[in-house]
Design a protein around this ligand. Structure first.
Ligand code: AMP
Length: 249
């Protein structure tokens, strides 16, 4: 079984976000970029399937600038077998990402696409769903458990009321939630080995897909500063503040 894992290069989750002075977006200059955390979980799950003898091959794919090679090398160091960079310096919206991924799926013919439920930069939570729709494949989003057997995937999803388990025919698209697994760190020897693994580059413009944005960012702003908390001396004082200041009781 072949597994395709899309991985996005995003601002590292531990870096404090700075908004550009003109409010047009987030300032990424000279800041640490990393693999989207939900995509690390997807890579980990693909590796687990390979270790269990279920997956035979893992292909990582990223759409982005030349620096997204680093993200792909991380996926290779974790355990992916090969990588594809679809190179573009444009900002690509989820629909265009889904269309590009569809063309890679058409080329690579994987049995499973496993990807993050959302990218932590745009928080769109759209790409997996749109990719499944474009492919006409079944989808299971927000997976917290994945079992593959007999050409089917059984996926437990985190939903509002608890857990829901779906059975899907393969090929399918699965998106990962936080509790699916804990991604491994790449060991130094594996980082070295990853440098020799195949990384193909494709120019996004060569795919004949419109990358033109359909959305315009009107403004980007930091959330308002939170006021510092206060220590109360008694339960009565707390109740009084909740009633008269916070007005929530
Ligand atoms: P989003 O719909 O933007 O929140 O992204 C959901 C998932 O789609 C991410 O976790 C990635 O797996 C995938 N994805 C989004 N953008 C890209 C990209 N530029 N390159 C590779 N994968 C991407």
């Amino acid at each position: 079984m072949k597994v395709l894992v899309p991985v996005k290069r995003v601002l590292d989750a531990n870096v404090a976000v700075r908004v550009k002075a003109d409010g047009s977006g987030v300032d990424l200059a000279n800041l640490k970029m990393s693999m989207n955390p939900f995509d690390e979980i997807a890579v980990e799950e693909a590796i687990k399937l390979k270790e269990a003898g279920i997956a035979a091959e893992i292909v990582a794919v990223s759409i982005g600038p030349a620096q997204a090679q680093d993200t792909l090398r991380t996926a290779l160091a974790m355990g992916a077998d090969s990588a594809i960079l679809v190179k573009t310096d444009e900002t690509i919206e989820p629909l265009a990402v889904a269309k590009i991924l569809k063309s890679i799926v058409d080329q690579q013919a994987p049995d499973l696409v496993i990807m993050g439920k959302q990218a932590i930069d745009d928080d769109s939570n759209q790409t997996a769903q749109m990719l499944a729709a474009l492919l006409g494949w079944p989808q299971a989003t927000f997976a917290s458990k994945v079992v593959i057997a007999d050409g089917k995937a059984s996926v437990t999803r985190e939903v509002d009321g608890g857990l829901e388990t779906l059975e899907l025919d393969l090929p399918a698209v699965i998106s990962t939630d936080l509790r699916l697994n804990v991604p491994r760190y790449a060991s130094l020897p594996n980082v070295m080995k990853a440098k020799k693994k195949p990384l193909e580059e494709i120019d996004a413009a060569s795919l004949g897909i419109s990358l033109a944005p359909t959305l315009r960012v009107i403004s980007t702003a930091r959330p308002p500063e939170r006021k510092p908390g206060v220590m109360v001396g008694s339960v009565a004082e707390l109740v009084d503040k909740l009633r008269n200041e916070a007005r929530i009781i």
